[in-house]
Design a protein around this ligand. Structure first.
Ligand SMILES: Cc1cc2nc3c(=O)[nH]c(=O)nc-3n(C[C@H](O)[C@H](O)[C@H](O)COP(=O)(O)O)c2cc1C
Length: 351
C-alpha cells in the first residue's frame, strides 16, 4: 500500500470499515451490480439502492432485502422518517444479514406529509436523531446517515455541524457526507448531483470538529489520487458514478487502499466469465434474465480498444433470446486476446 493512502486510525491499527465504499444508487446498485463489484474488490463496502420503509412494510420485504452472501460487507440504505417504521425495517435488515443500516438524508425530495425521505430531513435534525435512536435501540449493527452539506441556499457550515451534532446524540457515529447542497426546488435529481458546488472542506471541518465520529466524503470522486487525498483528512471516501461507469478502477483498491496484496488483481476476462456463471445461476435459481445483470457491467472495458463494440453486443436487444455464454462469445470477437490465467471461481469470495 502506498503511504499516501495511510492515515490516522489506519496507521495505528485496523482499517475503518468505511474506508472505501460504493454509493447507494437507485436503479444501479442492485444485488447483481453489487455481486459484480465484489468480484473487483474484496474489501470495499457496498450499499444497496434506497428502499423505503413503505416498500418494506407494505410490500414484499423478502424480495426487497434479498442479496447474495458473496456481497458482504453490504449496507442496507433505508428511506423514511417515521421512527417506529424505521425501527421495524432496520430490524428486518439486520435479521436478513446486512452489515449496516443507513438512513438516506441526501436525496433531493420535497417534504410530503408522511413517508418523507432524503435531504429534506436535514431541516429536521431532531426528527433524524429520533429516527436514528429508534433504530439503534433495536439493532446491533451500525446505524449510519448519508446526508448533504446543506439544503437549498443554506450555505453556512453551522447548519451541517448542528445537524451532525444533533444526529450523533441519537447514536449515529458514522456520517457519509455528499459534499454539496441539495436544492429541493427547481433542480432534477440528476442536476442536484452536478450543479450545487462541491465543498469538500466542509466535510474536513466536520471531522476536525467531531474527531470521535467517522466522517466519509462523497461526491465527484473519480481517481485513486483524489481518494488518497481525501483519506489524509477523513476516514473514508464513497464513490458513486465513477465506480459504476468505470468499475475497473476498483480492481486496484484492495492492494492500494487495504494493503491486501494476497489476492491477485483479477483480469477483466476472468471477471466477465465469473459474471456469466452468475447469470446462468441467477437464471436457473430465480429466473433472472442475463441482460438485467449484464447492464451493470457495460463499463468493464471502459477506455479500452474495442470497448464500444463489446458493449454493444452485451446490450443488443436482438440477442436477448440467446444464452449468456453465446452472447459472451460474440462479444469476445471485439476484444483482442483473452487471458484466463485467473479462473472465474477464484474471484468469488470464499465464505
Ligand atoms: C442513478 C443514481 C441513483 C442514486 N440513488 C441514490 C439513492 O438511492 N440513495 C442515495 O443516498 N443516493 C443516491 N444517489 C446519489 C449517490 O449515492 C451519490 O451521493 C452521488 O452520485 C454523488 O457521488 P458520485 O459523484 O461519486 O456519483 C444516486 C446517484 C445516482 C447517479
Amino acid at each position: 500500500m502506498s503511504s499516501d493512502a495511510l492515515t490516522g486510525a489506519q496507521q495505528s491499527g485496523g482499517l475503518s470499515p468505511w474506508r472505501l465504499s460504493v454509493a447507494p444508487m437507485m436503479g444501479w446498485t442492485d444485488r447483481h451490480c453489487r455481486y459484480f463489484h465484489r468480484l473487483l474488490t474484496r474489501h470495499t463496502l457496498l450499499y444497496t439502492e434506497m428502499v423505503t420503509t413503505g416498500a418494506l412494510i407494505h410490500g414484499n420485504a423478502a424480495q426487497h432485502l434479498f442479496f447474495n452472501t458473496e456481497e458482504h460487507p453490504v449496507a442496507l440504505q433505508l428511506g423514511g422518517s417515521e421512527p417506529t417504521d424505521l425501527a421495524v425495517c432496520a430490524r428486518l435488515g439486520q435479521e436478513r444479514g446486512y452489515d449496516e443500516i443507513n438512513l438516506n438524508c441526501g436525496c433531493p425530495s420535497e417534504r410530503v406529509l408522511r413517508g418523507a425521505f432524503g435531504a429534506c430531513l436535514m431541516g429536521e435534525a431532531a426528527l433524524v436523531r429520533d429516527c436514528v435512536k429508534a433504530m439503534v435501540d433495536v439493532v446491533d449493527v451500525p446505524v449510519t446517515v448519508k446526508h448533504r452539506i446543506g439544503i437549498d441556499k443554506v450555505e453556512n457550515y453551522d447548519f451541517v455541524r448542528d445537524f451532525v451534532g444533533t444526529v450523533a446524540e441519537g447514536g449515529c457515529q458514522v456520517f457519509l457526507v455528499h459534499a454539496r447542497n441539495a436544492w429541493l426546488k427547481g433542480l432534477s435529481p440528476k442536476e442536484n448531483r452536478e450543479i450545487p458546488p462541491l465543498r469538500y472542506e466542509l466535510a474536513y471541518r466536520l471531522k476536525r470538529d467531531f474527531p470521535h465520529l467517522t466522517v466519509v466524503v462523497n461526491g465527484g470522486i473519480t481517481t485513486d489520487e483524489q481518494i488518497a487525498t481525501h483519506l489524509q483528512h477523513l476516514d473514508g471516501a464513497m464513490i458513486g458514478r465513477e465506480a459504476y461507469h468505470n468499475p475497473w478502477l476498483m480492481a486496484g483498491w484492495d492492494a492500494r487502499f487495504y494493503g491486501d496484496e494476497a489476492r491477485p488483481v483479477p483480469t477483466r476476462e476472468a471477471v466477465e466469465l465469473a459474471m456469466i456463471d452468475y447469470m446462468e445461476r441467477a437464471h436457473a435459481e430465480d429466473g433472472v434474465n442475463w441482460y438485467s445483470i449484464a447492464s451493470h457491467m457495460l463499463g468493464l472495458r471502459h477506455g479500452l480498444h474495442g470497448a464500444r463494440k463489446w458493449r454493444q453486443v452485451w446490450s443488443d436487444h436482438r440477442l436477448k433470446p440467446l444464452p449468456p455464454r453465446e452472447v459472451w462469445a460474440l462479444a469476445q470477437a471485439h476484444v483482442g486476446g483473452r487471458s484466463t490465467e485467473l479462473s472465474a471461481e477464484s474471484l468469488v469470495p470464499t465464505l
